[in-house]
Design a protein around this ligand. Structure first.
Ligand code: ADP
Ligand code: MG
Length: 401
């Protein structure tokens, strides 16, 4: 297990805190502060305990060059407002500017350093750049689970230089993932949907070996249905992956994982808002139609299974949820899972960029046991991969070399 803030005395220490300040920004204003809000417990705890809090983060993709529009300054200001106390800013994350800003901190102060990706050494995990970062702190705390799938200087390299700990957000994320898939209460059902099998191949392959029921929805279900010989009309599907889909079904059978495919789908001739729709059984998709959502009988059938399920993992919207009415099944299922969670009957963990948007639109994003704010890192963890930024925390810093 990783060490946490319970294992260290931070009073008077310079704490390098890797955070994920990569929030949506429009005209210099933060449009969704969820990621900042989730950091508050760690920042407040460190500050209250008398640490000098030095926040490191990337922002967007400046590709190793200084791009003024991608400065973290407006985000540091926004963080200060949410935190309710001044947040200092240094216009570079290494060198004299950063060192002077750190030197002028009092215990409890918070400082944000400029975008780590303004330096090419960040994404290359350059040891010299990691050492320059490490010079600024006494201990390292990583609260950026969402960046932990990348071995960059500020997520991995720097941790080799000093005692390193998981922050509260990182800790919560790892705890939730462990409850969902590492050591879950069974039976476990995974809902995997979205647009493409190809982007979720490793996810499907890992989950069939670990979960008891795998529900496949979204356009990726079309690929499975077509592979089984159903005519899916003009639906989005990947014809070159039929063999792969059949293999996944075979592996699932061998591992005792039940594959739950749609029984019916919502079809339309046109993919546009409020297009006329029909519900058809999967063996009756008209040749000119597109399946844009799973059907109500499918959702009902899965909801009727909820009482037997103890843990649910959800990645991927069941339909083309951005366009009404193809959000209907996602909404119905989201509400049923939220209710079962509130009733204490199931542990539910969701994640993925579009999944989070869809669950927000369904109004249930506060009602799951845990909704991961990490996209890629959540998926890689679910794929069974080791995340370098997590791995390095448990290895400790004796492996400097
Ligand atoms: P996440 O970002 O949560 O991992 P994905 O990116 O895999 O999810 O999938 C989300 C996308 O899948 C959405 O843009 C949604 O419109 C699309 N999608 C889901 N079902 C269908 C469908 N039947 N036809 C076309 N697109 C679909
Ligand atoms: Mg997506």
């Amino acid at each position: 297990m990783n060490k946490t803030l319970d294992d260290v005395n931070v009073a008077g220490q310079r704490v390098l805190l890797r955070a994920d300040l990569n929030v949506p920004l429009r005209d210099g204003k933060v449009t969704d502060a969820t990621r900042l809000e989730r950091l508050l417990p760690t920042i407040r705890e460190l500050s209250d305990k008398g640490a000098k809090v030095i926040v490191l983060s990337h922002f967007d993709r400046p590709e190793g060059k200084v791009v003024p529009e991608l400065s973290l300054k407006p985000i540091a200001d926004s963080l200060g407002r949410i935190l309710g106390k001044p947040v200092a800013f240094a216009a570079s994350c290494v060198g004299p500017e950063a060192e002077n800003a750190v030197a002028s901190l009092n215990n409890g102060d918070v400082l944000v350093l400029e975008n780590t990706r303004f330096h090419a050494g960040e994404e290359k995990n350059d040891p010299a750049f990691a050492a320059a970062l490490a010079k600024l702190g006494d201990i390292f705390v990583n609260d950026a689970f969402s960046a932990a799938h990348r071995a960059h200087a500020s997520t991995e390299g720097v941790a080799r230089h000093m005692p390193s700990f998981a922050g509260r957000l990182m800790q919560a994320e790892l705890h939730a993932l462990e409850k969902a898939l590492g050591n879950p209460q069974r039976p476990v059902a995974a809902i995997v949907a979205g647009s493409k099998v190809s982007t979720k191949l490793e996810l499907l392959n890992n989950l069939v070996t670990k979960v008891d029921i795998l529900v496949i929805g979204g356009a990726m279900a079309n690929t499975f249905l077509a592979a089984q010989g159903h005519n899916v009309g003009r639906s989005l599907q990947e014809a070159d992956l039929h063999g792969t889909a059949l293999e996944i079904i075979k592996t699932a059978a061998a591992k005792g994982c039940e594959i739950f495919l749609p029984l019916d789908v919502v079809v339309a001739e046109k993919f546009e808002a409020d297009a006329p729709t029909h519900v058809v059984k999967i063996d009756a998709i008209p040749p000119g139609a597109m399946a844009l959502d799973v059907g109500p009988a499918t959702v009902d059938a899965f909801i009727s299974r909820l009482p037997e399920i103890k843990t649910i993992i959800w990645n991927g919207p069941l339909g083309a949820f951005e366009t009404k009415p193809f959000d209907a099944s996602t909404n119905t299922l989201a509400q049923a899972i939220a209710q079962a969670t509130k009733d204490g009957k199931v542990i539910s963990v969701g994640g993925g960029g579009d999944t989070v948007s869809a669950l927000k639109l369904a109004g249930v994003h506060h009602d799951l046991t845990y909704l991961s704010s990490a996209g890629g890192a959540f998926l890689e963890w679910m794929e069974g991969k080791v995340l370098p930024g997590v791995e390095v925390l448990s290895k400790g810093f004796s492996n400097l070399g």
